[in-house]
Design a binder for this molecule. Sequence first.
Ligand SMILES: [Zn+2]
Length: 350
Amino acid sequence: MGPTVGPARPAGRGRARPGGSRRPPATWVGVDVGGTNVRAGAVDEDGHLLSWLSYPHRMRPGQFHAVPEAAGKALDMARLSWTDVAAVGVGIAGLVDSHAGLVIDAGNLGWHDLALGRELSRRLGVPVVIENDVCASAIAELAVLPGGPVSPWLYLSVGTGVGACVVLDTADGHPLCLNVGHLPVPGGSRLCPCGKYGCLETVASGTAFTQAAGARIAADPDHVLHSRAATITGKDVVDSALAGDALSLEVLAAAGTACGSVVANLVNMFIPAGVGLAGGMMAPGSPYLVALLDAARRDITPWMQARFELGCGRVGETAGVTGVVELARRRLGEAPVPRPEPRSAVTPEA
Ligand SMILES: [Zn+2]
């Protein structure tokens, strides 16, 4: 196990038992910091949510007061206090050095080289573990995979940005974060917050397709959404597409196709035994998902196409919170890493 972030648990914490002895704090708090939402929950020692909250919040560069605020609200809702807390796990939509507690780059949050783990631990007085949010939700999703966990397992999530990870070995306990959002997309030319042009996130993320649809609707005075082109949301684009609007369907198809090609490339690279897809776009019948699957099937090496399982997320929006708590427990050495019966990964034909 690597070094942990934050102070050792102070002596004497926890609830008093009859007779004067103290029970160690057994509650964990998870906070999932996304591009536009903060989610949090208190989690018991069996991994069950004791409280849950989710609300829109956009982070500012260098500011992270919303994280301890959300953790405190989750505790209040569960009628618990900080003396009940063993540690806090925080999932971040960005590149994270979990061992050092450092947010390396989270463009959608405006955070760069931020020592978030250390700062939060100092403020809260408990150990804090930070992880990439997609790695966190992958752990929650992998735990409920029908038939049990498999490896290698590829997981991709589309929200404000696009993130992915691969679980190379379930016994290892930690997914490998893949910085897919900044892979170059053929034909992509828009400037990405990372400073490059044409990254996957500038085409396939929720932010990107909403902006693309808004620009085209603004230029089309006959479009039904023209009067509010500047304020349309991703949900407006999806609803409009599901109602048959050709422009919205075209925008979502372009985004899903770009994402599907990247999924195919990752499948060709890692030869996974399964693929998990998560995020609001990955619902049955979603035009984005239909285009993604079409492109993935087109670009995956033919011999592999029928040999792995590709499924949508099952846990829903709590996955980031329960998953980051599980990763924090593993990193702090309080949870055994599950060691499932090995299920053979797909292997290339000779
Ligand atoms: Zn980029």
